[in-house]
Write a protein that binds this ligand. Structure first.
Ligand SMILES: Cc1ncc(COP(=O)(O)O)c(C=O)c1O
Length: 411
């Protein structure tokens, strides 16, 4: 007899008779809750959110998009609305190649550029290409938690190397490379890092590349915030110093919009080729509409206009946050002073537990990301990632005042 509709759990509800999680792959144990929680705050209007690395909507090139989108849909239908080659549309690869030459120096054959569906996909493809269970991967401590999740998701042993105000410590990297099994790769965010806001000092850049070249370790350079230096300058990219050992991952999320999921990978041909093969059985190709849009946006010189709006806006928000921290935070609390990007990294006295303060902060209408998930070991409990990119200045002042009150009351 067929089961009556009342025997079934409601659609989307839990079914006590079935233990699906018991069948999950081992790698699902590596979570993802923190990123989901950050994204779930994206739409909230009643919370001052310092949590996500969200670009300011004021930087989105709405006028350009209003002009370009209808034209592309009408005149470029067969390309813009169709599947694209896995490695990306020729126009998109040419546009990225021109951007790299203009902003970083080396000229790169468009055929060597892989167009990805954003920075995270670049990390996923790389992890799929490089990581077997138990492989050693070195990252900055702290680092972007999406990268930790991508590597840990393929069961890498992810190991953090400490930073100071000048970025990754080369002496500590050298020590890490000298002990244990050779790592497969080093992941670095040299410019206005997520989460610390720090940048890798000029004199360390060549040292990192040379050291990894000597040890046969792939350097993975994530340049998500590279173009967002407040003064418009950018340091020499690691990829331009060593295209033979550096794979660069870029994204358009922070300099165009995350509403098109688009990024790039360039570097050793064998690695980019294997990532392209991996993409064939993930999303097969990045969305063509986004690619033609990005290509036209770059070709038309609109990135410069966007950056002319974005850099002073982020500088002013960062300065507002730093001034508010100075005014309100109790003694014993310290923070970084970014020269670009989206983030300030705050360290409170040891007895402060940033995770435990999330709920009371939420009741006060302020959100941040606690520090611990940005490490691969038991650090960061008393640290906070504060993003200044999306809140307006009045909200930043008020949000920091509330957070300072909360921390002061705990001390
Ligand atoms: C360092 C870094 N890399 C990559 C990404 C992900 O970029 P995308 O939105 O393009 O996937 C982010 C986003 O927060 C980031 O901070």
């Amino acid at each position: 007899m067929p089961a009556s509709p009342t025997d079934s759990p409601p659609i989307g509800g839990t079914d006590p008779a079935r233990d699906w999680p018991a069948l999950f792959a081992r790698r699902t144990a590596h979570g993802g809750d923190e990123l989901t929680a950050i994204l779930s705050l994206a739409a909230s209007t009643d919370v001052i959110t310092f949590s996500g690395g969200f670009p300011a909507p004021e930087t989105f090139p709405v006028d350009v998009l209003q002009d370009l989108l209808p034209r592309l849909v009408k005149d470029d239908t067969a390309t813009a609305l169709q599947y694209s080659p896995t490695e990306g549309l020729p126009a998109a690869r040419e546009a990225v190649s021109a951007l790299l030459e203009q902003t970083q120096g080396p000229s790169v054959d468009p055929a060597a550029v892989l167009i990805t569906s954003g920075g995270i996909e670049g990390l996923q493809l790389l992890a799929r290409t490089m990581i077997d269970p138990g492989d050693r991967v070195i990252v900055e401590a702290p680092t972007y938690l999406g990268a930790i999740m991508a590597f840990a998701g393929f069961e890498a042993e992810v190991e953090g190397v400490p930073m100071d105000d000048d970025g990754l410590r080369v002496d500590a990297l050298e020590a890490a490379l000298a002990r244990g099994r050779p790592p497969k790769l080093l992941y670095v965010i040299p410019d206005h890092q997520n989460p610390s806001g720090r940048s890798l000092a000029d004199d360390r850049r060549r040292a990192v590349v040379d050291l990894c070249r000597r040890h046969g370790v792939l350097v993975v350079e994530d340049v998500a915030y590279r173009e967002l230096g407040f003064d418009g300058t950018a340091a020499t990219s690691l990829w331009s110093l060593g295209p033979d050992v550096v794979l660069q991952l870029g994204t358009f999320s922070k300099i165009l919009m995350p509403g098109v999921r688009l990024g790039w990978a360039v570097g050793p041909a064998a690695v980019v080729g294997a990532m392209t093969a991996a993409k064939q059985n993930s999303d097969q190709c990045a969305g063509a509409l986004g690619q033609v849009l990005m290509a036209e946006y770059l070709r038309g010189g609109h990135l410069a206009t966007t950056l002319d709006v974005a850099r002073p806006l982020y500088r002013s928000r960062a300065e507002t946050m730093l001034a508010a921290l100075e005014e309100h935070m109790p003694a014993g609390v310290t923070w970084t002073r970014p020269s670009g990007g989206f983030f300030v990294w705050l360290t409170a006295p040891e007895q402060i537990d940033a995770r435990a303060l999330l709920a009371p902060a939420g009741r006060l209408g302020v959100a941040y990301v606690p520090g611990a998930p940005f490490y691969t070991d038991l650090q960061g409990d008393n640290q906070f990632r504060l993003s200044f990119s999306r809140a307006d200045e009045a909200s930043i002042r008020e949000g920091i005042r509330r957070l300072a009150t909360l921390i002061r009351n705990e001390l």
